[in-house]
Design a protein around this ligand. Structure first.
Ligand code: IVH
Length: 716
């Protein structure tokens, strides 16, 4: 499961400074999503979730118009071009489209146009399927294809000319008499669903990248450094727009006449494109296309309406990133029925076990889906996050006929079961109690929906994250061994477990592939790294406990545990004893009770530590680590001294001992040293020239001791 993030602030209560920060945060988040979508062809959030982010930015900017920056996501499109391809600047920027999700929003769009142009009549609209591919701009000079560029950030795209010359739907030379001196012709590169499936099959067999959907597959196929790869991919293209036009090939240019001209010039244009004389006609087109969507052969995610008259388009112009003369009417979430063949469990980097439905492939909203998330164990059982029944409490079983939904979603979900079709042999799904990756036992905390693997130190699914945590600042804090190095060493199999860090030097000595010969390393940096590792062979108990990466054990809890147990040996022994009691309802072992009674340690923390030690594999990994390091004992708080549990304040100039010595000895004997006097103070130890603290102690009736009296009390 994803980490739960904080709820974003309510826009109505935002002050301007807060709004500025929130806009900055949203911009960064959207930029990252843009890069994943446009550059990596690997989005991680749904289109709907992305739209929600943009709506939020729009709402904040509407409230604080002077906070709108030129680089705001509402003013820019897409992501800057990826590295590797030359850049091409578009003569006319390639902008994006505003969205409508309801009939009303389409009506409003048309009314806005009427108001803007002061029109009484309804402007004719061209309705076009909105192809879910990637847009492309083709520059022709005197009819010859000069270059081709992806959209990029809307202003500058990637030069994909050589790749584009391999696409049959795109002419190298424009046909016909009316060829403008210079023009940028635009449209969508896409892949047929059937071609996408066949390509993926081939890729899978060859062990190559498998694409998530036809759009990613088209984008990945176009943006190949090796043009012969692009040539081997079945890419298609629909022309539907243009940028610069030195002159129009007709006297009274309209959208529909331009589509006809593009066709004559040698392009493939979408045969569904329809000229509509009313909003009703446009909406009827939307419904007709929506219903026939699965049969189209390619993915679409809505319909685009464009004002037909080009002179009106020009007058309407643009608002921010989108034209006033066009809008995208998006389709709602799509559902489909299929068979759930099998439930698999995936283990995430934090150890969360996520059930995944393996489905008989089905087209959902034009996209082929063969996997869908089942969220967690409760979801399968028919229990919602709030504990209430889901789907009337119907559980999900292997063999069930299920309804799958995809809302432009990256991850489709199973939303319902067709109970009538349940095979009589279908059995309730037994959620595993072992991690399918490492075999450690998997548990669920009381109020949590997520089942987690307990093999913190041993599970390969979690290893990298745990290792990064292990070397982090509050844990082993090893100079020169950060996230980046850990990732590299892990990927190369050099550091797989914590103990490997401490055997690195020894292994390197024997190895023929020396660290010092690695890129970015040298004799000195390797020597420094080994020295930094050696320096950490002696480690404080609290740091070690924190480093283990046990759930709920942050720095504070690690200190509480370290202080309580004092030494690693005692801690280990106690935890193993407590783990034995784990099987009993309510764990009655003395060791567990003792752990649970440590001030500040609650049941959740106690259970997490005990679960860790109940996993033999963790204990084994820990013991191996202990063979390489030495854990320093904690000077333990005593309970059987005359000052144990008392609060002491030292004041004035001390002559028999320094302030630090006084503090250390008091703490060693179980006393708490405070900086100011209050009713809770038990003793004030006053040296010479004690001032206000002494006065306050007298006022409050707190016992005041001289240095000698203090020494006598603690036994010298
Ligand atoms: S017109 C200035 N027409 O949708 C308007 N775009 O969300 C230019 N798209 O970047 C776009 N089919 O990649 C237009 N028939 C169509 C389209 C279409 C797909 C894509 C295009 C654009 C995106 C905007």
């Amino acid at each position: 499961m994803a980490k739960s993030s904080k709820t974003p602030p309510d826009i109505s209560t935002l002050t301007k400074p807060k709004a500025k920060i929130e806009l900055m945060r949203l911009s960064l988040e959207m930029e990252a999503h843009n890069a994943r979508y446009y550059q990596d062809d690997a989005p991680t959030i749904s289109d709907a979730a992305y739209d929600a982010l943009r709506k939020r930015v729009e709402a904040i900017e509407a409230k604080f118009p002077d906070l709108v920056k030129s680089d705001s996501p509402t003013q820019t499109v897409g992501a800057a071009p990826a590295r590797g391809f030359a850049k091409i600047q578009h003569a006319v920027p390639m902008l994006s489209l505003g969205n409508a999700f309801s009939d009303e929003e389409v009506t409003e769009f048309v009314e806005r146009i009427q108001r803007f142009l002061k029109l009484d009549e309804i402007p004719a609209l061209v309705a076009e399927p909105k192809i879910d591919g990637l847009s492309l701009s083709l520059r022709y000079e005197n009819g010859e294809l000069i270059h081709a560029a992806t959209r990029g950030d809307g202003f500058t795209g990637e030069d994909v000319t050589a790749n584009v010359r391999t696409i049959k739907d795109i002419p190298n030379t424009l046909k016909g008499k009316h060829v403008p001196a210079a023009c940028e012709l635009r449209g969508e590169v896409y892949m047929l669903k059937s071609d996408f499936l066949a390509l993926n099959k081939k890729q899978e067999e060859a062990g190559d990248t498998v694409f998530a959907n036809p759009r990613n597959s088209a984008a990945g196929s176009l943006r190949q450094k090796d043009v012969s790869i692009t040539a081997s991919r079945p890419l298609k293209f629909f022309a539907y727009a243009w940028g610069e036009m030195s002159d129009y090939p007709m006297a009274e240019p309209t959208q529909h006449a331009m589509i006809a001209w593009l066709h004559k010039a040698g392009f493939t244009v979408n045969p569904e494109i329809t000229l509509c004389k009313s909003v009703d006609e446009a909406l009827a087109f939307y419904r007709r296309i929506g219903e026939g969507r699965a049969k189209l052969g390619y993915d679409i995610d809505g319909v685009v309406y464009k004002v037909d008259r080009i002179d009106w388009q020009a007058r309407l112009g643009f608002a921010g990133r989108a034209p006033r003369w066009a809008i995208a009417h998006k389709f709602a979430a799509e559902q489909a029925t299929t068979i759930l063949e099998k439930i698999d469990i995936q283990v995430g980097r934090t150890g969360a076990l996520t059930p995944v439905a393996r489905l008989t492939p089905v087209t959902v909203g034009g996209v082929v889906v063969s996997n869908a998330t089942l969220h967690n164990a409760d979801y399968i059982k028919g229990i919602g996050n709030d504990g209430q029944p889901l789907r009337d409490g119907v559980d999900i079983r292997e063999g069930d006929t299920v309804i799958v939904q995809r809302a432009g979603d990256v991850i489709p979900q199973v939303v319902n079961v067709v109970l009538d079709k349940r095979p009589s042999a279908a059995k309730p799904y037994a959620f595993p109690d072992k991690c399918p990756v490492c075999g450690s036992h998997a548990t669920r905390e009381n109020d949590e929906v997520v089942t987690r693997c307990t093999g913190a130190l041993v599970c390969p699914a979690q290893a990298v994250e745990k290792l990064k945590h292990f070397v982090s600042r509050l844990a082993f804090d090893i100079d020169g061994l950060g996230d980046k190095q850990i990732q590299e060493f892990y990927d190369e199999g050099i550091i797989m477990h914590p103990v490997d860090i401490f055997t690195l030097a020894k292994r390197d000595e024997r190895s023929s592939k020396k660290l010092r010969d690695r890129e970015g390393y040298g004799e000195v940096s390797v020597r420094n790294l080994f020295a930094a590792i050696d320096e950490r062979r002696k480690i404080e108990l609290n740091r070690l406990i924190f480093a283990l990466g046990i759930r709920h054990i942050g720095e504070g809890n690690a200190k509480l545990l370290a202080r309580h147990y004092g030494s690693f040996a005692v801690f280990r022994e106690a935890m193993l004893a407590a783990a034995v009691g784990l099987a009993d309802e309510g764990n009655t072992s003395e060791a567990y009770q003792d752990l649970n009674n440590i001030g500040g340690v609650g049941e959740i923390v106690a259970d997490a530590v005990v679960e860790f030690f109940a996993e033999q594999r963790n204990v084994k990994a820990l013991d191996e680590l202990l063979g390489e390091i030495e854990v320093l004992d904690v000077a333990r708080a005593k309970t059987d001294t005359p000052v144990a549990g008392k609060t002491v304040v030292f004041t004035g100039s001390l002559t028999k001992f320094t302030r630090d010595e006084a503090k250390a000895s008091a703490e060693r004997l179980g006393a708490k040293v405070a900086g100011s006097v209050s009713k809770k103070t038990d003793y004030v130890v006053a040296g010479e020239d004690a001032g206000s603290k002494l006065t306050k102690a007298r006022d409050l009736g707190v016992a005041v001791l001289t240095e000698d009296e203090w020494l006598a009390l603690i036994g010298g």
